[in-house]
Design a protein around this ligand. Structure first.
Ligand code: FES
Length: 111
């Protein structure tokens, strides 16, 4: 497992999201990061319904109220804090969470 500095907390608007493509050991990882205040949650950018990328436009995956992650393909809604689908075709399934820590303004992930 590798620890990688992903971004600064302030690179993501509060209540917003950002997309990242990280390459580690020649493997590319598409990730989506969501910020709520000082907390940042990172998930694989892949919907448990069909495996499609969540964001559209690129990097944007929050619903209009900025309270849930929204899959742009069939509009599944996921809780930000644990990635559980609370509405949509993959109800009860989870986004794949990435271990994430915030130190000061820096966001680190373990891949
Ligand atoms: S691919 Fe995300 S809800 Fe269908």
């Amino acid at each position: 497992m590798s620890r990688i500095e992903l971004c600064a907390v302030t690179d993501i608007a509060d209540g917003g999201s950002a997309g990242f493509q990280v390459t580690e050991d020649d493997v590319s990882h598409d990730l989506i990061a969501v910020r709520k205040g000082a907390a940042v949650y990172v998930y694989r950018n892949s919907c448990p319904h069909q495996g499609d990328m969540l964001d559209y436009p690129a990097g944007q995956c929050m619903d209009d109220t900025k309270t849930h992650i929204l899959c742009a393909v069939h509009m599944a809604l996921f809780r930000v804090e644990d990635g559980e689908c609370i509405d949509g075709p993959c109800f009860g399934e989870h986004l794949a969470a990435i271990d994430t820590t915030v130190e000061g303004d820096a966001v680190f992930i373990d891949l």
